[in-house]
Design a protein around this ligand. Structure first.
Ligand SMILES: [Mg+2]
Length: 183
C-alpha cells in the first residue's frame, strides 16, 4: 500500500534500544547515569557534563544497540522514511550500516550545528511541507521538533520510558501501529 505521508523517526529510543550504548561511555568517563538527560544533543550534553565529545564518541560501542522489536519490519513497509537525530553522525552511521537500514535522509547533530535538532532543514532538503510528514519520537525534544514545523507527532509507546509516563497525544504501542496513523 502506498502511503502519502513520509515518516521521520528519531533514532535513539525510537528505532533502536540504545540506552545502554549511550550511557556506558558516561560510566567510563566518570559521569553518573542519573545526571545524563536522554534525548539531548550529544555535544551539548557532553559539554554540560564536562566530558570531551571525542572521548565520548571513542568510548561509544556501536555494537550494543538493538532495534526495538518490530522496528525493522515497520521500516520494510514504508515507502519513504528518514531519521532526524541528536546523536553523533559517526555512531549513527556505523549503527545504520550494521542494521542495513537505508533511510532517504539522515540528519544528525552535526547538521544542526551541534545544537538541538530541527525538522526545518530536513523538510527543506526533502522538499516537503509539514502536512506531508509524521514524526515519531520518544522525548519532549522530539515533540518540540514537530510543534516547531506543525507536523503530526506520534509517541514511540514501545519505549519503556514513554510507557512509564504516558504522554498526551497520539501513542503507538508497537512500531506496526504507526501504519494505522498514516494517510
Ligand atoms: Mg530519542
Amino acid at each position: 500500500m502506498q502511503h502519502r505521508e513520509i515518516v521521520i523517526f528519531d533514532f535513539d529510543g525510537t528505532l533502536i534500544d540504545s540506552d545502554e550504548a549511550l550511557l556506558a561511555p558516561m560510566d567510563l568517563l566518570g559521569v553518573s547515569r542519573s545526571d545524563v538527560v536522554m534525548g539531548s544533543a550529544v555535544a551539548q550534553e557532553c559539554e554540560r557534563l564536562g566530558v570531551s565529545l571525542d572521548d565520548y564518541v571513542a568510548a561509544y560501542d556501536t555494537e550494543v544497540s538493538r532495534p526495538f522489536p518490530g522496528a525493522a519490519e515497520l521500516l520494510g513497509e514504508l515507502d519513504r522514511w528518514a531519521i532526524c537525530s541528536n546523536k553523533h553522525p559517526t555512531s549513527a552511521g556505523i549503527e545504520l550500516d550494521r542494521l542495513g537500514w537505508k533511510p532517504e535522509l539522515v540528519m544528525c547533530a552535526d547538521a544542526f550545528d551541534w545544537g538541538h535538532k530541527s525538522l526545518v532543514p530536513m523538510l527543506e532538503q526533502m522538499d516537503l511541507d509539514a502536512a506531508q510528514v509524521l514524526l515519531v519520537g520518544d522525548s519532549g525534544g522530539d515533540l518540540r521538533c514537530a510543534e516547531e514545523v506543525g507536523c503530526r507527532f506520534v509517541w514511540a509507546g514501545w519505549n519503556e520510558r514513554v510507557r512509564a509516563n504516558p504522554p498526551s497525544g497520539l501513542v503507538a504501542n508497537t512500531p506496526q501501529e504507526i501504519l494505522e496513523y498514516l494517510d
